[in-house]
Design a binder for this molecule. Structure first.
Ligand code: EPU
Length: 417
């Protein structure tokens, strides 16, 4: 298994370009199932999860043409199968995004239940409840969700709490359902707006994406489209944290500051100065980083996907930061590893108190999920000595060539086996 070896303590300097957003690319790829025309997507990040989604689509019968770096044309004519099998779903939960489109256009779907993962239980009951309200007949057997519907019908569905892929799945299904669908208490992430933009360019009628109430006028067949995926706000935020931690004025290029407001505000409160010039965010490491409390919450709040990276930063801040994780019940797996590197962190339920600054020392550490891995890489960059982050495949799921990008900024980082 690949590992990343980092010799810490080198200041980072230069420019780093942000790739397309993994969490926007995955629903966009699933949306190709809604039409038999070709859909061309650009700015797809070259990460493992995108490859997995392409494999899921190919297995269903899609023709995928990779037309250049980060560009692919996907065409789904007649399906070969209606199934997203366990072997693929277990490696990537977001495979469940094919459920809504498959049943909406093809009348049938069989998708493995993803089961729990490293960061929490993560059920998909809200996806299932919503599709049932739209008339799908759903059974759960042998670890699979099987959904059938001759034709979905528009429905009024209010989510009891916000779910990103749940909102995306139902929004996609509703575009082909007969009549109007009203979705209430929707997630408002920029990735949902991006998906809605793609669907609208395919001919869908959608109002309110990015707010809690989305209305979809469904029923018309969708057509092909071209779409450029938005930049990855979490990747951008990760490099902003690197710049705040051990940067010498690094510039993050190609991010959308309007997608990063909560992170930018939080970093500013810690004393980090970020200058914005067009598409460039220049981050200045402060003389003294100040500890600030944090609570993750759905967009426009501070993203859970940035919590671990922020925690790495807080190990070097003066004072105690209380970090509350409100989205996932087990998203503190990085804490034990940070402690082994010398961090002073106390967990109390779903909060962690990080007291700093502490000297971090390089160690062998184990990545447990994507964002925990990014946190450990950041800690390794700031630590004295050598850190080896085991199970780098977690990082490869969502960060495009992270070691190359950090290496170009001057970090001493290499992939070893
Ligand atoms: N939930 C349920 N039932 C459901 C759906 C969700 O109980 O049917 C719960 C989840 O267990 C969780 C909360 O609702 O406690 C919110 O989960 P959500 O459904 O919003 O998460 P998701 O859609 O599975 C997406 C991202 C995650 C990101 C979360 C939260 C994609 C492909 N994944 O997951 O990204 O953490 O939203 O913002 O968009 C990552 O990129 O590292 C990552 C984990």
């Amino acid at each position: 298994m690949d590992k990343l070896r980092i010799a810490g303590g080198r200041f980072l300097k230069g420019r780093v370009a942000v790739a397309g957003a993994k969490n926007a690319a995955l629903p966009a790829l699933a949306a190709t199932l809604l039409t038999d025309d070709a859909v061309e997507l650009t700015n797809l990040p070259r990460v493992r999860d995108v490859r997995t989604m392409l494999r899921v689509l190919e297995q269903l019968g899609a023709t995928v043409n990779e037309t250049g770096a980060g560009a692919a044309t996907v065409r789904v004519g007649r399906l070969q199968s209606f199934e997203a099998p366990y072997d693929l779903v277990k490696t990537m939960r977001a495979s469940v995004l094919v459920l809504g489109p498959l049943v909406a256009r093809h009348g049938r779907a069989r998708v493995s239940l993803p089961g729990g993962c490293a960061i929490g239980e993560r059920p998909i009951n809200l996806h299932i409840d919503g599709l049932q309200k739209m008339g799908a007949d759903i059974t759960i057997e042998h670890g699979y969700v099987e959904a059938k519907a001759k034709r979905l019908r528009g429905a009024s569905i209010t989510f009891p709490f916000k779910t990103v892929t749940g909102t995306e799945n139902l929004m996609m299904a509703a575009t082909l359902a007969e009549g109007t669908t009203r979705l209430g208490h929707c997630a408002c992430e920029p990735e949902i707006v991006d998906l809605a933009e793609l669907l609208v360019s395919m001919g869908a009628v959608i109002h309110g994406a990015g707010t809690e109430d989305i209305v979809i006028e469904g029923g018309q067949p969708l057509r092909g489209a071209r779409h450029r995926v938005i930049p990855d706000r979490i990747e951008a935020g990760t490099y902003l944290c690197a710049g705040a931690l051990i940067g010498d004025g690094i510039e993050v290029v190609g991010a959308r500051a309007d997608h990063l407001e909560a992170a930018l505000t939080q970093l500013a409160a810690c004393g980090v100065v970020i200058e914005r010039t067009g598409e460039v965010l220049r981050v200045l490491r402060p003389e003294r980083l100040v500890a600030r409390d944090l609570r993750t919450s759905p967009h426009p709040g501070f993203p859970t996907d940035m919590q671990a990276q922020y925690m790495a930063l807080m190990t070097q801040a003066s004072g105690t930061a209380l970090i509350a994780e409100t989205i996932f019940e087990r998203r503190f797996m990085h804490v034990g590893e940070l402690q082994r590197m010398g961090a002073n962190i106390r967990i109390d339920g779903r909060s962690a108190a990080v007291t700093g600054p502490t000297r971090l020392t390089g160690a062998q550490v184990m990545a447990t999920d994507l964002r925990a891995s990014a946190c450990l890489v950041l800690a390794g960059l700031a630590a004295d000595g050598v850190t080896v982050v085991d199970r780098a495949y977690h990082l490869d799921r969502g960060y495009e060539s992270m070691e190359t990008k950090l290496g170009a900024l001057g970090a001493s980082i290499e992939r070893i086996r």
